[in-house]
Write a protein that binds this ligand. Structure first.
Ligand SMILES: [Zn+2]
Length: 183
């Protein structure tokens, strides 16, 4: 089922998601809804808060982003990220590499807003899948960026929080308008 995407200005986007303890059909149905909603909106990631649920759950699929490559490693061996999409990450934990990369990002909760955001170029991710099984991988490129963006959502952090103050003030009018329309 396609859900309505929560737009900036609604309080749930600022709420830290609860850890998932029960891996049941309800969780799977929510993840299915999130994937359907993300694909319909042509997004590459969606967090539970964006469909109105404050939970540590996010879905990601970078396989259609041909112009922005991703790299992925499992047990130290490089794999084809496309073969591991979509990713459903429950209770994700990230370790950040030291190198920082600046790249452009948008967000389905911020229609028509794009900005350069600094992120770790490479990350290690530990999470659970929908069966509660452990998932571990390393990521770089767009996948690393997407995971960091979504993991931020799960903690109530938005990409505007990571923009330079100059960029954020140049977007102030647009942000104010968004918040007043959604609220
Ligand atoms: Zn987002």
């Amino acid at each position: 089922m396609i859900r309505e995407i929560v737009i900036y200005g609604i309080a749930i986007l600022r709420i830290k998601g609860k850890r998932v303890e029960i891996f049941d059909a309800k969780l799977r149905a929510l993840a299915d809804d999130m994937l359907e909603t993300m694909y319909q909106a042509n997004g590459i990631g969606l967090a539970a808060q964006q469909v109105g649920e404050a939970l540590q759950l996010t879905v990601i699929d970078v396989s259609q982003a041909e112009a922005r490559p991703s790299q992925m490693w499992i047990d130290g061996a490089e794999v084809d990220p496309k073969e591991h999409m979509p990713l459903v990450l429950v209770n994700p934990e990230i370790q950040f590499g030291q190198e920082i990369e600046i790249g452009s990002e948008g967000c389905l909760s911020f229609p028509d807003i794009i900005g350069d955001i600094p992120r770790a170029a490479k990350i290690s991710v530990k999470a659970r899948d929908l069966d509660g099984k452990s998932i571990e991988f390393e990521a770089a490129g767009l996948l690393a960026r997407a995971v960091q963006h979504e993991a931020d959502h799960l903690n109530g952090i938005l990409f505007i929080d990571r923009m330079s103050s100059a960029l954020k003030s140049s977007l102030a009018g647009k942000l104010k308008r968004l918040a007043s329309e959604s609220g």
